[in-house]
Design a protein around this ligand. Structure first.
Ligand SMILES: Cc1cc2nc3c(=O)[nH]c(=O)nc-3n(C[C@H](O)[C@H](O)[C@H](O)COP(=O)(O)O)c2cc1C
Length: 329
């Protein structure tokens, strides 16, 4: 029986210290279920625009992104916007679907989002951060959290924003310590995670540049954060959540896991899942010496059945010679 949570987000216990990051295009039900099975302690949806949740209809692409299963819990719905009142309206609607937590994206650096004052641009507007967090925490039953960056070039105000968030009832902060201008360039400044942890009393989730099990423990040790969040490094490497590294002996496990994920994609999306799975295939094989021609055939497969046949040929017991030698880090 799991008695002691690793930490709690207000009254939501979290068991574990490694969490799959919210990622547009990579945070759907099948991928979250896979990462969960390896140990992701909490799951986020990708960000959804508040405005897209306000129409009369409660169906459509934006609502589809909020689909989840009981296994996802604690389930975090992430939304974004530039107007506190509209963000609240959207949050009140989606709260009815039963998430455990609602998170506000204050970190997206793309022009489409930050150019209209949402995402990381909220950090430039501390009054909007305060107003949004206060409105949400006063009017929602579930805990409200935020995901931030370190700020803008020349104004890395994450400590000020952290205090404002906490003072207005925010229940946890995830930080990706890069500036808006850095986008994904350079390296994440883990010292900023440590500084934020020293500044606030609510849980801090550190994020940025985790690619190995050793990185996970290094970030926890260096920053004192409550949990680490993994984005790009987890795509094609769910073993990270179990703090495991694949070795050349685990070709069977690699292939069966890919097959499992691929099957789940087609079960969830129908044949569209075949196309949607292509981006994962590249990532799963990124550290292997798979024959480029075989990988091309896999990626170009027109149906799930064709793809799975090609995948099964990579099982060590299906072939007398190794199709590829793993060269994982
Ligand atoms: C393809 C992609 C989509 C992303 N979508 C989101 C998103 O919807 N919401 C969000 O808060 N961050 C999003 N991010 C940022 C990640 O959550 C994370 O902060 C960033 O990738 C840094 O972590 P990493 O170095 O582990 O990848 C996205 C990142 C990538 C690469």
């Amino acid at each position: 029986m799991r008695v002691n949570p690793t930490f709690s987000i207000r009254d939501v216990p979290v068991y574990g210290d490694v969490i799959l990051a919210p990622m547009a295009g990579y945070a759907d039900v099948p991928h979250r279920a896979l990462c969960r099975s390896f140990g992701s302690a909490m799951n986020y949806t990708e960000f959804v625009a508040a405005e897209e949740l306000l129409g009369k209809k409660r169906t459509g692409p934006a609502w589809q992104l909020l689909d989840f299963t009981p296994e996802d819990r604690p389930m975090v719905f992430q939304i974004f916007g530039n107007d506190a009142g509209l963000i609240l309206q959207a949050a009140q609607r989606i709260e009815e679907l039963g998430p455990d937590i609602i998170d506000i994206n204050m970190g997206c650096s793309t022009h489409k989002v930050s150019g209209r004052g949402a995402g990381v641009a909220m950090m430039r507007n501390p009054a909007l951060v305060a107003k949004t967090m206060r409105l949400l925490t006063d009017n929602l039953s579930v805990p409200v959290t935020a995901k931030i960056r370190s700020g803008w070039e020349g104004n890395e105000n994450y400590l000020e924003i952290g205090r404002i968030l906490q003072d207005n009832g925010c229940a946890a902060i995830a930080i990706h310590p890069r500036t808006k201008e850095q986008k994904y360039g350079g390296s994440a400044d883990w010292d900023a995670i440590a500084a934020l942890k020293q500044t606030v009393n609510i849980p801090v989730i550190g994020n940025g540049d985790i690619t190995s099990a050793a990185d996970i423990d290094r970030m926890l040790d260096q920053t004192g954060c409550d949990a680490v969040m993994i984005g790009r490094g987890a795509i094609g490497n769910p073993w990270l959540f179990a703090r495991r590294e694949l070795t050349s002996d685990t070709q069977h496990e690699l292939v069966t896991t890919i097959l499992e994920h691929a099957t789940a994609m087609n079960a969830y999306y129908g044949e569209r899942g075949t196309i949607l799975f292509r981006k994962y295939l590249k990532q799963y094989f990124r550290h292997t010496a798979i024959e480029p021609e075989h990988l091309s055939r896999l990626i170009q497969a027109k149906t799930g059945a064709e793809r799975d046949l090609l995948l099964r040929q990579l099982l060590p017991e299906q072939t007398s010679h190794a199709f590829f030698t793993l060269s994982l880090p």
